[in-house]
Write a protein that binds this ligand. Sequence first.
Ligand SMILES: *Cc1c(COP(=O)(O)O)cnc(C)c1O
Length: 350
Amino acid sequence: MNKRELNIFNLLRENIKTIKAYSSARDEYKDASADMVFIDANESPFQTNVNRYPDPQQSSVKQQLSELKNIPPSQILLGNGSDEVLDLIFRAFCEPNVDNIVTLPPTYGMYKVLADLNAINIISVELDSDFEPKVSEILTTQNDNSKLLFLCSPNNPTANSFNSDKIEDLISGFEGIVVIDEAYIDFSNQESWVSRLNKFPNLIVTQTLSKAYGLAGIRLGICYASEFIISVLNKIKPPYNVNQLTQQKALERLLKIDEVNAEVSNILEQRKWLQQALETVPFIKTIYPSDANFILVKVDAANKRYSELIEKGIVVRNRTTQPLCENCLRFTVGTEKENKTLIEALNQLS
Ligand SMILES: *Cc1c(COP(=O)(O)O)cnc(C)c1O
């Protein structure tokens, strides 16, 4: 173990430092050539297309991601949605009832849910009024038990990407692991931090096929990190955590990346149209800039407008109870038709 690896090793939970991975039947013998007899895993021998356990290492999907993202498969871990990936990161680094994480509200709700589930304390440092991280406050507030700092960029629900110098200062100054959640990176004009992983051994980047790739239903979350961190997460993940159907569907989609890119371009055009159209709605006070596939707006009375839209058959996200988001609604960018329906409905309200 080199010095960098040792530093990360020391951040691990005590029981994880020595844990042995479960060795599945498919881990022991991987080369599934057609004419071999597989009687090692107590599967059914009858064909259903999914009678065999899936590839525990999801090699085909990782290979494709590796080419698209220009990073070796050994630096990729896949999970049952980002939810599972984030949970694995908690379990690897955070000692229940002892350690804490740092989050920057208003942000994605799952960090708190997972912290509560794993009995991990939360240190919250609100974003500033430009929805940017307060770097020096975060760095002075961390303590010896601060294991994870979650940076959601572009951030949900505020839709902005964080300033990259601030992100870099946080990665350099935080004494635990920095997790950058890039669920919306495909809609952003910022470069992904995946390309800078090798510079920062304490950096983890997560992405998902749920947004730009249009596959929320299959649950596929992605984690990029150093080979060392990925090897630890691999040891503690459930052996068959990404099912066969998900792997097939993900691979199909990754092989048609042109389609994904065309859909993203369409969303970006629609986002621009929607931003302009929203300016004509009298009770919308602020339209925040967006680097994602949704737009946050401040209205006169969020609860009232939310209910009125429901009555018109339109479900939006009411974020009014979140810090810095009083009277804010979040609109996902839909199809051209859906966006027109939204604008018409908004203009009918008085
Ligand atoms: C939607 C979203 C995700 C995606 O989660 P999955 O479990 O992969 O569907 C992750 N992070 C943020 C901030 C999100 O908004």
